[in-house]
Every structure is written in C-alpha cells, then in structure tokens.
Design a binder for this molecule. Structure first.
Ligand code: GDP
Ligand code: MG
Length: 177
C-alpha cells in the first residue's frame, strides 16, 4: 500500500535479553525474516533488525537489538540498553536454570533502563514441551507478580512469535500514544 511510502510515526527500540541458547536470535529471525535455523550462529551479524508494522493507523518501526553472544559472559553494555522502550525477555521451557535467571535479567534491565520499560516474558521452545522443566502456570504466576506480559513461543514452528512481538509493540504504543 501507499502507506509504506509515508513517514514512520513511531520508532521503538526493543532489546532481546535472556540466557545464551534460549532462542533469542531465532525468535528475531522468525519475526523479521520468517526464517529459522537449527544450527544458529552466535550472532545474526548486525546490531539490530527492523520491522515496520501498522498499528491503529500508525506506522510503527521496531528496531530490535540482538546480542552477539555477550550474554554468555555477562558483558552486555550500557549502549545496548540505551533508549530501549521494550524488552523481550526469553527463557527456554526445557531448561529450568534459564527461568531461574529471569530475576537477574530483570535487575540488569532495571539498572540500565527506564523503570517503565515494557517487558514481554517469553518461554521459548514450546515445540519441545515433552522435555518441559518449567510449568506454564508457574511462569504465568511469576509474570503476574512482576507485572510482565507473558507468552510461550516456538521460533521453530512459529507458535506465538508474532503475538509476542506485536503484543510488546502495542503495549509500548499504548504507553506513549
Ligand atoms: P540465543 O543464544 O538465545 O540467541 O539462541 P539461538 O537463537 O541461537 O538458539 C539456540 C539454539 O536453540 C539453536 O540451535 C536454535 O536452532 C534452537 N532454537 C531456538 N528457538 C527454538 C525453538 O523454538 N524450538 C527449538 N526446538 N529449538 C530452538
Ligand atoms: Mg543469539
């Protein structure tokens, strides 16, 4: 449509956070390019990817930052977080320790960003639910207590990937709009 050639109304910076191996890069790959790779490289090769969506008759451009694997060494820099209005905080439903680290990620996030940042908690790899170590009810309860939005996703089969990103963007849109 002609809308593509009109100006962007809003630009939101989103940061992907969570332990190494939970599927951050593949969630982003799925959302932006509709691709998935089982042998994921450590990095998608760029600092961020963008995707523009139409929301309430406004063009919203998401600038989504992915790590280059720094999370493995707890070396995510202040620049990564600067100006972020939303975070997609991911754990792996088949790895309990990645869920146990969510609290630490929230602390890190709140040390580096505005306290009103919108957070979508994502339990990824829902396609592997036969190996589940984190019950969905437990994650729902945790999210409720912390005031986070929550969905289980699969970057592999696409389950809930769009709702996770679009839900995050629409919540940010509602806080600024
Ligand atoms: P990151 O370190 O958090 O960026 O994780 P990656 O996106 O690199 O993914 C780590 C590994 O998990 C890769 O082998 C991916 O192919 C795999 N992976 C990512 N998302 C999913 C998913 O939803 N389901 C399954 N089964 N594997 C996934
Ligand atoms: Mg990655």
């Amino acid at each position: 449509s002609d809308l593509q050639y009109e100006g962007i109304d809003y630009m939101f910076k989103i940061v992907m956070i969570g332990d190494s191996g939970v599927g951050k890069s593949q969630l982003l790959n799925r959302f932006v390019r509709n691709e998935f790779h089982l042998k994921s490289k450590a990095t998608i090769g760029v600092e961020f990817l963008t995707k523009t969506v139409l929301m309430d008759h406004k063009l919203v451009k998401a600038q989504i930052w992915d790590t280059a694997g720094q999370e493995r060494y707890q070396a995510i820099t202040t620049a990564y977080y600067r100006g972020a209005t939303g975070a997609l905080l991911t754990y792996d439903i088949t790895k309990r320790h990645t869920f146990n680290h969510i609290e630490k990620w929230l602390d890190e996030l709140h040390n580096h960003t505005d306290k009103n940042i919108v957070v979508m908690l994502v339990g990824n790899k829902s396609d592997l639910s036969s190996n589940r170590e984190v019950p969905i009810e437990e994650a729902e309860e945790f999210a409720k207590q912390k005031g986070l939005f929550f969905l289980e996703t699969s970057a592999l089969d696409s389950h809930n990937v769009e709702p996770a990103f679009l839900g995050l963007l629409s919540q940010i849109y509602m806080t600024v709009g």
